[in-house]
Write a new protein. Structure first.
Length: 329
């Protein structure tokens, strides 16, 4: 069934309340991210039951969400726009969660005619009561979610569609796989998820631990990028994609909204130049929607920003010369 005319009714916090993230806090008040329940994989040979095929898969994403933004970037870098389709949800959520509405940068659901993303989860697992997240990789043929586990989605997009992809872009080279995985693990724990651990900490102790680990990693990355254009020399990899989506949101959101304010991105000469270097590639800058990003965070976390006022700044010149070419061999 395809019905592209149905859309969710407008956001209404008074009628539907606020979206409740199915997370938890431990004894020390530390934020714990909810599990991602759909973990099937797309494989080139189809051995997983989900073979890589053009036109079969669809990505439901939000430009606001850093986890979803990863998949948007990888799809663009690998030139898979005509292979894996994509649509955007409304960046602002009320108690119904992610929804399909017509608006600037987001649309009705072009595949199933769902009005709420939760319908995709219900169709895949009747009675589902877990976390409804983006990105979602949807299988048109089987009419169900393949995965909402964001780390797997970008790896599969980057490696399993090579028959149709730009093979000059190798984001997960075999020889660097273990090193990429190790760096990704640290960056995820202390930076990607670290900013959320700061923002959603329920105790001073949990916040102090998170903010200390966050800036320790950023300090180390600043040193690393002093002699290397990307995280692994001249080779743009999955690790750069994963780090960049957090850097892109750092000064606009995380410094203030999540209290990640020991330093700003612009206070790090190497990290800020590195972030601009990536932004000036169409797959990064061309997929970045700061309006969606700011309205999502400031508008849908009332426990942090009860007024829902979206700040005007900061003014950042992402197109300023970065000078990173000098580090290329």
């Amino acid at each position: 069934m395809t019905n592209t005319s149905a859309v969710a009714s407008p956001v209404d916090f008074s009628a539907h309340g606020d979206y409740g993230l199915k997370s938890s806090t431990g004894a020390k008040g530390a934020f714990t991210r909810p599990p991602y329940s759909f973990r099937d994989r797309v494989t080139a040979d189809g051995g997983s039951g989900y073979p890589a095929e053009p036109g079969r898969y669809h990505l439901y994403v939000s430009a606001a969400c850093p986890w979803a933004h990863r998949s948007i970037i990888v799809r663009a870098l690998k030139k898979l726009e005509d292979v894996v389709s994509l649509s955007m949800v409304d960046p602002v959520r009320d108690g119904r969660g992610w929804a399909f509405r017509e608006g600037p940068g987001h649309t009705a659901d072009p595949v199933n005619g769902f009005t709420l993303l939760s319908e995709a989860y219900e169709a895949s697992d009747p009675g589902y009561d877990g976390h409804v997240s983006v990105p979602v990789l949807w299988d048109r043929e089987r009419g169900r979610i393949v995965s909402n586990n964001f780390p797997d989605i970008t790896i599969d997009l980057g490696t399993q569609f090579e028959r149709w992809a730009d093979t000059s872009v190798d984001l997960y080279p075999v020889d660097l796989g273990p090193e990429i995985d190790a760096l990704n693990d640290r960056v995820y724990a202390t930076v990607n998820n670290g900013v959320y651990r700061c923002g959603f900490a329920a105790s001073q102790e949990a916040y102090d631990e998170a903010v200390t680990e966050l800036f320790a990693t950023l300090d180390d990355l600043e040193q690393r990028l002093g002699g290397s254009r990307y995280l692994f020399g001249d080779r743009l990899t999955e690790a750069d994609v994963r780090l960049w989506v957090t850097l892109a949101r750092f000064d606009a959101v995380y410094v203030t909204h999540f209290k990640a304010n020991l330093r700003r991105l612009v206070d790090y000469p190497n990290l800020w130049a590195y972030a601009r270097d990536l932004y000036q590639r169409p797959a990064f800058g061309g997929t970045t929607n700061l309006d969606h990003i700011k309205r999502h965070y400031y508008g849908t976390h009332p426990q942090i920003n009860p007024t829902r006022i979206v700040p005007a700044g900061p003014l950042l010149d992402w197109n300023a010369p970065h000078g990173r070419e000098r580090l290329s061999s």
